[in-house]
Design a protein around this ligand. Structure first.
Ligand code: COA
Length: 321
């Protein structure tokens, strides 16, 4: 049995923040942000709008696109680093809203690689016959852990949600997923506090993202390059078989480096970073939904998803749509 993606959905909060608005808040320029990152604008959640609020919109759209009703869902795997509550987990909060109670629902925390991790887990449930229609979500309110006094990170991160529905199928779907982590890099990209460790003095019980950008960039390019090679080799497929690259949207220069590695022209890459910024676990399903809804990604296409994030964690998935 295979797991096929039969529906995608996404949601972006209403408020759009252009680079020019950030120019007024910090010592930065629209030109610097565009040149170094490719980002032009991003979306910020409204006050009180939570990760699960956004996930609910994305999930309902994915379920509708799949031609299903919420009650058909028998597994929820929810990737986020910015949960509404410590517990219940976001998967169960979403389940209560959708009304598909009884089935397993849980969260996965692997920072920006969260969606690839969640997809890989859900794929295994379906292949093992333990789920038939799984909802896989990536959603984040990163602005709640953004330090707006740190221009090196504040320009990057944003909010949003994306989701897919996986269905058991005899046709090929998710061909394989390759996950990796190297915790020895934990100090290059992290959040400054948490429930168990506590919060830094004078932080007002608020944790924020810290990143060594240049070092993170180098490791990301190397590991993502290795990952895409690995997933193709595992499936015995050449680079030329790929129809679309759907990458994590952290920085246009990282995306271009991976595309070069795959000998793929940028016309074959779904790029949303200019409009969405880095939405962490939401970024890959947001980009996937964009490509599906605007008609570029079609049934039968071979797509390669990849992501890299804090930990470090990284991974890739090769999917027949
Ligand atoms: N506006 C203007 N100048 C800025 C700035 C900003 N927002 N942020 C940093 N700068 C300055 C730096 O202070 C530095 O100045 P200096 O040369 O006087 O010291 C200069 O710009 C270059 O900084 P550097 O950090 O070398 O820039 P960069 O080209 O590496 O770009 C990132 C910075 C963060 C955009 C880039 O490193 C990056 O994208 N890293 C990986 C991000 C990533 O993928 N993270 C998440 C993984 S999920």
């Amino acid at each position: 049995m295979n797991a096929r993606i039969i529906g995608t959905g996404s949601y972006l909060p209403e408020r759009v923040v252009h680079n020019t608005e950030l120019e007024k808040l910090m010592d930065t320029t629209d030109e610097w942000i565009r040149e170094r990152t490719g980002i032009e604008q991003r979306h910020y959640a409204a006050e009180g709008e939570t990760t699960v609020d956004m996930a609910e919109h994305a999930a309902r759209r994915a379920i509708e696109a799949a031609g299903l009703a919420p009650g058909d869902i028998d597994l929820i795997v929810f990737a986020t680093a910015t949960p509404d509550l410590v517990f219940p987990n976001c998967g169960t909060l979403l389940q209560a809203r959708l009304g598909c109670t009884g089935a397993p629902a849980f969260s996965v925390e692997a920072a920006c690689s969260g969606f690839i991790y969640a997809l890989s887990i859900a794929d295994k449930f379906v292949r093992a016959g333990e789920a038939k229609r799984a909802l896989v979500v990536g959603a984040e309110t990163l602005t709640r852990i953004t330090d707006f006094t740190d221009r090196t990170t504040a320009i990057l991160f944003a909010d949003g949600a994306g989701a897919v529905v996986l269905a058991a199928s005899e046709e090929p779907g998710i061909l394989s997923t390759q996950l990796h982590a190297d915790g020895s890099y934990k100090d290059l990209l992290y959040c400054t506090g948490g429930v168990s460790k506590g919060y830094p003095p004078d932080s007002g019980n608020r944790a924020v993202i810290r990143m060594a950008g240049r070092e993170t960039f180098k490791v990301a390019v190397t590991m993502l390059g290795n990952s895409v090679d690995e997933v193709l080799a595992k499936n015995g497929l050449p680079k030329s078989a790929i129809n679309w690259l759907v990458p994590h949207q952290a920085n246009i220069r990282i995306i271009q480096a991976v595309a070069r590695k795959l000998d793929l022209p940028m016309e074959r890459v779904i790029v949303t970073v200019q409009d969405h910024g880095n939405t962490s676990a939401a970024s890959v399903p947001l980009a996937l939904d964009t490509g599906v809804r605007d008609g570029r990604i079609r049934k039968g296409d071979l797509i390669l998803l990849e992501a890299f994030g804090g930990g470090f964690t990284w991974g890739a998935a090769l999917v027949r749509m």
